[in-house]
Design a binder for this molecule. Structure first.
Ligand code: ZN
Ligand code: ZN
Length: 213
């Protein structure tokens, strides 16, 4: 088998797409954006009998990190996010309160994610691509290997882009991130977005009303 098992399902009140990537041989997995419903994510891991070795975050908006504390407590996997989103991460209770939702103080993260870093799980790895704009630390993850997939967080959506009117958002930066970094990837690369349906790099390059070139 040359590709990991990839399962994506929406979690929490804002329906953030959470993904688990599983190497069935080594029984290691990474979780991308455990934004809520930690019990459901733990069940998804348990149902394939795997251990999470890293909790990766595309950014630190509350809808992408609300399940992180409970998941880290149970799995003891390190919490990984870009350093530029640490202020947002630390402000989880305030972010959630702005939506009228409760949230506990987050646990301290592990080593900050850096641009170009690869995170390994079993025989596979994902590469972190720093794509600032939606938030200062926004990061996409490209699954490497025979069946690559891009996890775009809230940077690139099907026919849309992430909003930049929240704390630290920057429209020029998000457009530069999309055009210079994401659109440099292969056109047939499937994209799993932070919310809603997926797409491909090529489709968005041609059809995205905000970022098409
Ligand atoms: Zn966001
Ligand atoms: Zn989001």
């Amino acid at each position: 088998m040359t590709a990991p098992l990839v399962e994506t399902f929406p979690v929490g009140p804002l329906q953030c797409n959470c993904s688990i990537l599983v190497d069935e041989a080594s029984r290691e997995a990474v979780v991308i954006d455990p934004g809520g419903e930690p019990d459901r994510i733990l069940m998804a891991l348990a149902s394939v009998g795997v251990k999470a070795v890293a909790l990766l975050h595309t950014h630190a908006h509350f809808d992408h990190i609300t399940g992180t504390r409970e998941l880290a407590r149970v799995t003891e996997a390190p919490i990984r996010l870009h350093a530029a989103d640490r202020p947002l991460y630390d402000a989880l209770p305030e972010q959630a309160a702005a939506f009228g939702l409760p949230a506990e103080t987050p646990l301290p993260p592990g080593a900050p994610l850096t641009d170009g870093e690869t995170v390994r799980f079993g025989r596979f790895e994902v590469r972190a691509i720093h794509t600032p704009g939606h938030t200062p630390g926004s990061t996409c993850f490209e699954l490497q290997g025979d069946s690559p997939v891009l996890f775009a967080g809230d940077t690139l959506f099907r026919r849309s882009i992430g909003r930049t009117d929240l704390w630290g958002g920057d429209t020029e930066k998000i457009l530069a991130s999309i055009r210079e970094k994401l659109f440099a990837l292969p056109g047939d690369l499937p994209v799993i977005c932070g919310h809603g349906p997926g797409t491909t790099i090529g489709e968005e390059k041609r059809l995205n009303p905000f970022a098409a070139v």
